[in-house]
Write a protein that binds this ligand. Structure first.
Ligand code: BYC
Length: 454
């Protein structure tokens, strides 16, 4: 029997027998998945000190305890309701928000929730070997904190699927545990979540760049007219900040060490001295930024327009936007490739909503290089880290068919092939960052546009 002690919650789980039964059925599958796919080598023999949310108030949220990881208490929390909350955009602007799912938007809402939910276990799977070669106990604890919170975010989406989507929702909740990051037959839905996170620099980059996509996507789902989704995302966002902190400060430490070694040995080639050369760090930035940009979908998207018009997914900080929140008349500039050159077009603002969100994200991503460059400057070096052009190494959207260098030059396939190893991490680069005993898996090569999720 599920108790509030076992699954801390503020959704009165004990009052809803049907929901309880559904979760009781799902929970053992989740624990099995966690044992199989969660942190390897840290399941039963260690007491881990982690934050466990037991309520949404500041005290309950920052509650810490020692647990064996599979016994972590994954709770279900929705932020407190906002009195008389109204829909802030789209066709239903100004109407009261929904406490149930309107029949006509059931499929689209389910799709959004499943896509969000799919990323959470994926990241745990991607990071499952990192504990075995962590740089410090501090890093190990951060890793597990991130992992259990991603697990809780999965619980958050599974709660919505079970509570509001009936049998289809239950089936989707099971499928969330069946797909697997990088699996050739049943990959995770979004590309970046099938990439490997084989080393700690990748982990810091992932938490800096990919978790930041999480912040922005959750920020738009928080605007949703479907109030339970909005309240869930609001609470999830609180946990996201620490994940990005882990990334930002992790890269700070790597850059600092590289600078120290460059001074000590008077060379940029710090690899023989146990450091990661700056050009390799730059390649990691290039890779993780570009795969994270793909997570925003196409710059021109009818899906995004439909989500907005229907009130399912808003814009970042919708209430601060000084327009009509309908966008039927507005236009948005869009960078594209025309006649073999980079060019700027204009599209309807409704179609450009993924781009609108990505633009906010790109602005935010800039803060990392700024602070890492400060470290370089403080150590007296002229080299600088930077974000590559948005068209670089893209698999989704308007640049997917083209080759663009980090500097933003459109090039042909030959120049791309010739330059690729200077721009993206190579197997040789990874020998500096990944110990030899890391298990290798067959590489995932496809994009999951056709993933049978709906
Ligand atoms: N990979 O109109 P389009 C997080 C598909 S991260 C593969 O361009 P749309 C976290 C798309 O599904 C946040 N397929 O894009 C971070 C569509 O398929 P159909 C995750 C892709 O639909 C770290 C087709 O291409 N949350 O929380 O407007 C650790 C055309 O779609 C990709 C969300 O993403 C891709 N990258 O937008 C842990 C929020 N991109 O219709 C967690 C929910 C697109 O042809 N998701 N496709 O079958 C969404 O809002 C939207 O699904 C997307 C895509 C923004 C992802």
């Amino acid at each position: 029997m599920i108790s509030a002690e076992r699954i801390p919650n503020n959704v009165d789980l004990h009052l809803n027998k049907r929901l309880q039964r559904a979760l009781e059925h799902w929970q053992p599958q989740y624990i099995q998945w966690w044992r199989d796919m969660g942190p390897q080598g840290f399941q039963d023999y260690h007491q881990v000190y982690v934050r466990t949310a037991v309520s949404v108030d500041p005290e309950g949220w920052a509650h810490f305890e020692y647990v064996k990881l599979p016994e972590y208490r994954w709770g279900i929390f929705l932020a407190d309701p906002v009195h008389d909350r109204r829909i802030g955009f789209g066709d239903f602007f100004g109407q009261p928000v929904w406490q149930e799912v309107p029949g006509e938007f059931r499929n689209q809402l389910r799709r959004l929730i499943v896509t969000q939910g799919d990323t959470e276990p994926a990241s745990v799977e991607q990071q499952r070997w990192l504990g075995q070669r962590c740089p410090s106990l501090y890093d190990l604890r951060n890793l597990f904190q991130v992992n259990v919170e991603e697990g809780r975010h999965l619980w958050a989406m599974v709660y919505l699927l079970h509570a509001y989507f009936g049998r289809n929702g239950r089936e989707e909740a099971e499928a969330l545990l069946q797909r697997s990051s990088g699996d050739l037959d049943s990959p995770r839905i979004l590309g970046a979540f099938n990439e490997e996170t084989p080393d700690w620099l990748s982990f810091y980059m992932f938490t800096y760049f990919t978790d930041r996509d999480g912040k922005y996507q959750l920020g738009t789902l928080k605007e949703s007219a479907f109030d339970p989704l909005s309240r869930t995302c609001e609470f999830m966002l609180r946990e996201e900040a620490h994940h990005m902190f882990v990334g930002t400060t992790g890269i700070d430490r790597v850059v600092t060490r590289t600078c120290e070694l460059m001074h000590e040995h008077d060379t940029a080639d710090v690899a023989p001295h146990g450091g990661i050369p700056l050009d390799v760090i730059q390649k990691y930035v290039n890779l993780h930024y570009s795969v994270s940009l793909d997570l925003f979908g196409s710059e021109r998207s009818t899906n995004a327009a439909t989500y907005f018009t229907a009130g399912l997914k808003g814009r970042w900080q919708e209430e601060r936007r000084r327009d009509d929140h309908l966008l039927t008349e507005d236009a948005f500039p869009i960078e594209t490739v025309r006649d073999g050159r980079l060019a700027t077009d204009e599209v309807s603002a409704l179609l450009a909503l993924n781009l609108d969100l990505r633009t906010e994200y790109v602005k935010d991503c800039g803060s990392g290089p700024t602070r890492w460059n400060r470290i370089l400057a403080k150590h007296g070096f002229d080299e600088r880290l930077s974000l590559p052009h948005i068209g670089f190494n893209r698999q989704v959207g308007l640049f997917a068919e083209h080759h663009v260098t980090p500097a933003g030059e459109l090039v042909g396939p030959d120049a791309w092939e010739a330059g690729k190893d200077r721009w993206l991490p190579t197997a040789a680069d990874r020998t500096h960052t990944t110990p030899a005993h890391v298990p290798q898996r067959t590489r995932w090569t496809g994009w999951s546009h056709t993933a049978p999720i709906m």
